[in-house]
Design a protein around this ligand. Structure first.
Ligand SMILES: Nc1ncnc2c1ncn2[C@@H]1O[C@H](COP(=O)(O)OP(=O)(O)O)[C@@H](O)[C@H]1O
Ligand SMILES: [Mg+2]
Length: 333
């Protein structure tokens, strides 16, 4: 496939991260044009070749999963020989009991139904990378076991008594504030400190506007390939509309918006009119007042968080109380 403009995405061109990025599967290119993203990539370049356990923080859709993949790629090309496994576990989507057996595996007879020994993902990750997505969803007992894994690099399969050594590098992801979880006593403080030794924070897309256009170009190329459509160019007006939009759903939302435009598009230039009305914004509907924009944006964020007010307030950067007031004033409740 035609390679997206990787020089633009992987500056500074002289750094080794840049050359690795160019080798990174072009479908998986990590676009980093904004100074905030470049800074993040510089940190990544330093930590990737180490064995340190990492914590990646950031709102949903900011690119935490993709960053974990990039780290795996950089670290295996640095010192592990390519081809080591990249294994993920989503702590939020599995029931608590299953998380432990998936993570640690079990011995034959460990519990009813354990008719065979089964290796967990910690073992399956070998000398590669194990990503623990939504780490804050881990149960307290699982957190205690994970702490041991990090400190002693050892664990037992469920029902087992022969400790197994962990070779894999661990990367934890979270979109919730772990400090709050610690304060609420749903997250172990010692585990938090252990994880937070090397934190990497992915900035919300709205705070790194210089990434928007390059990301849009990369994603449009990627999506056109996926959907077997000719690759449309992005019109200047469409790029400008995207740059002015706040993306409560971050890069994932940008991708969804572009996916629709690519699928419905004719393959010609992608116009501002091909974007949803709330993104094309005041452009289509004439001038809007600040209040209209504020109301629309708050409504959108509330829709994105499915009415979860604390999360919406965090995205908007206001207190929950202010959000409640504005919601009432704008008749959004
Ligand atoms: N910097 C980036 N460059 C290219 N694609 C990105 C970037 N950040 C995010 N994406 C894409 O956006 C989508 C959401 O990213 P993901 O890593 O799943 O976010 P998160 O895990 O933080 O929710 C994915 O399709 C991902 O490939
Ligand atoms: Mg994710």
């Amino acid at each position: 496939m035609s390679r997206p403009d990787s020089t633009r995405s992987a500056r500074p061109a002289a750094s080794s991260a840049a050359s690795a990025l160019q080798a990174f599967d072009s479908k998986q290119l990590f676009v980093a044009h904004d100074p905030k993203s470049r800074k993040l990539l510089e940190q990544v370049e330093k930590v990737a070749p180490t064995t340190a356990t990492l914590l990646i923080r950031g709102e949903s859709g900011t690119g935490k999963d993709l960053l974990a993949e990039l780290i795996h790629f950089l670290s295996s090309s640095a010192n592990r020989g390519a081809g080591e496994p990249f294994v993920k576990i989503d702590c939020a989507s599995l029931p608590h009991e299953l998380v432990e057996s998936e993570l640690f595996g079990y011995e034959k007879g460990a519990f009813t139904g354990a008719t065979e020994m089964k290796r967990g993902r910690l073992e399956l990750a070998g000398a590669g990378t194990l990503v623990l997505d939504e780490i804050a969803a881990l149960s307290m007992p699982a957190q205690a076991k994970l702490l041991r894994v990090i400190e002693e690099r050892k664990f037992d399969r469920l029902g087992g008594s022969k400790p197994i050594t962990v070779e894999a590098r661990l990367i934890a992801l979270t979109n919730i504030d772990l400090e709050h979880a610690v304060a609420r006593k749903t997250f172990r403080e010692d585990l938090y400190y252990r994880l937070n030794v090397v934190p990497l924070t992915v900035t919300p897309l709205r705070e790194r506007p210089a990434d928007i256009a390059p990301l849009a170009e990369h994603l449009v190329a990627q999506l056109a390939e996926v959907h077997r459509k000719p690759k449309p160019a992005l019109s200047a007006a469409a790029a400008r509309a995207l740059e002015q939009y706040a993306f409560p759903g971050n890069v994932r939302e940008l991708r969804n918006i572009l996916e629709r435009a690519v699928v419905y598009g004719s393959g010609g230039e992608l116009q501002a009119e091909d974007l949803p009305a709330h993104v094309a914004g005041g452009r289509a509907g004439g001038k809007q007042t600040l209040e209209q924009r504020e109301r629309a944006y708050i409504a959108e964020v509330l829709e994105f968080t499915r009415g979860k007010k604390s999360q919406a307030a965090a995205i908007l950067g206001i207190s929950r109380k202010t959000l409640l007031e504005k919601r009432k004033r704008y008749g959004l409740d």
